[in-house]
Design a protein around this ligand. Structure first.
Ligand code: GLU
Ligand code: MG
Length: 444
């Protein structure tokens, strides 16, 4: 296997290999090696100093080892041919050879192992949305949408169209199965939908998509932003995630013939689990200060903790699927946004769903015919419909009080995550915003 990879890298004309991993916030880190070191990297791994990485080693034990996951080899198609680069995602190990508990990819692998005894596979199909923008000038960090399209618009001259076409080719060459790419509702907003796949691969794919679209946009002077709510008064960017569980024969465990929504009791328990943990889960799937500016009424983002078939304001939606296509039975979780660390987001989504299955949690009735955005607090309360947290601080408070999600993350990752996110919240709280100046400067 190692030999094959080395041969492939030679055939691809690779000069450098980027050994990639993610920190606790989801930023991609890379240790780059010349291709002649690939063999030893595969055999022995590569040592690196973890102390400078967010959420990694304490100073006294800063040496950590990256072990490449050979299945993740891909050529970075935008790299110059004379400096051709490939990437490999890596797992992180302690000096004593044990897996590093603070490795987000490791957290997902560990959670996924819980499916092994049931011989299940957790399938995930994310739909990341993003904006292509240009900066108005070098002094201003205020970006503006660069095109004038709207939902599914097609225009032959559209620069965005060029980026999206190149992006789909690049992703395909890297082995990703893209189902569709289209313009989204807002100006300058786009969406790429992946075909569902195993959860670890899906998380790797989200990481790949983000850096690929950023690299390709930069080539023509645009900025690709996965910020959840860049513009006040416009739709934000979500990363709705379709989820199902297959058994070892490839049957969809979520499907049942004799049910109104073609869902099995396992699917209903899974949904009930995610609803029960939704408020704490928000800290992982919508993990930035800005995430909570997206989760407000009126912009197709969910606000309320409920499920439905057609209602886009619900937290979990059951998309319609072709008659008889059993693989299509799935639950779409709508609160994730693309600023999340996909490894931690998908791990905790799975842990929440499995908790529902293990405890056989009862699923509340759907809220199909109702526009939840228009309901009064009293009506919501009567129906037992809760709300997602209104801020990152509220979500973090929920997370530390949720033993199932804390256990999924493990002490090391939880501590690192809380440290990073509390610092983010505190930094935000002490800043003075434009809105405050507009509102108070003269009136106070
Ligand atoms: N952009 C919306 C969001 O923030 C979703 C639009 C859609 O339904 O795809 O979730
Ligand atoms: Mg969308």
């Amino acid at each position: 296997m190692g030999r094959e990879l080395i041969k492939r890298a030679a055939e691809d004309g690779i000069k450098f290999v980027c050994l990639q991993f993610s920190d606790v916030t989801g930023s991609v880190k890379s240790v780059d090696i010349p291709v002649n070191r690939l063999e030893s990297a595969i055999e022995e791994g590569v040592w690196f100093d973890g102390s400078s990485v967010e959420g990694f080693a304490r100073i006294q034990e800063s040496d950590m080892r990256l072990i490449p996951d050979r299945d993740t080899y891909a050529v970075l198609p935008w790299s110059e041919p004379e400096r051709r680069r490939a990437r490999l995602f890596c797992d992180i190990y302690n000096p004593d050879g044990t897996p590093f508990a603070g490795d987000p990819r490791g957290v997902l692998k560990r959670t996924r192992q819980r499916l092994e005894k049931r011989k299940w596979r957790f399938n995930v199909g994310p739909e990341p949305e993003f904006f292509l923008v240009h900066k108005t000038n070098s002094e201003s960090i205020r970006a503006v949408p660069h095109d004038v399209g709207s939902y599914f618009d097609f225009s032959a001259k559209d620069e965005a169209h060029q980026v999206r076409a190149e992006l789909m080719l690049a992703l395909a060459s890297m082995g990703l199965e893209v189902e569709a790419g289209h313009h989204e509702v807002a100006l300058g907003q786009h969406e790429i939908d992946f075909h569902f796949t195993d959860v670890l691969r899906a998380a790797d794919n989200v990481v790949t998509l983000k850096y690929t679209v950023k690299a390709l946009a930069a080539k023509i002077g645009l900025v690709a932003s996965f910020m959840p709510k860049p513009f006040f008064g416009m739709n934000g960017s979500g990363m709705h995630t379709h989820q199902s569980i297959f058994d070892s024969d490839g049957n969809n465990v979520f499907y049942r013939d004799e049910d109104e929504f073609n869902l099995s009791s396992t699917a209903y328990h899974f949904i009930a689990g995610q609803l029960e943990h939704a408020r704490a889960l928000s800290a992982l799937v919508a993990p930035t200060v800005n995430s909570y500016k997206r989760i407000v009424p009126g912009y197709e983002a969910p606000v309320y903790v409920c499920w439905a078939q057609i209602n886009r304001s619900a937290l979990i939606r059951i998309p319609r699927f072709k008659d008889g296509l059993k693989s299509g039975a799935r639950a779409e979780l709508r609160c994730p946004d693309p600023s999340c660390n996909p490894y931690l987001a998908f791990a905790t989504m799975l842990a929440a769903g499995l908790d529902g299955i293990d405890r056989k949690l009862e699923c509340p009735p759907p809220v199909n015919d109702l526009n939840i955005y228009e309901m009064s607090d009293a009506e919501l309360q009567k129906l037992g419909i809760g709300q997602l947290p209104g801020s990152l601080a509220e979500a973090l408070d929920e997370l530390v009080r949720d033993p199932v999600l804390c256990d999924c993350l493990g002490d090391e990752t939880l501590e690192a995550f809380m440290r990073a996110k509390q610092a983010e919240w505190e930094a935000y709280c002490t800043r003075v915003m434009d809105w405050e100046l507009e509102t108070y400067l003269e009136t106070a």
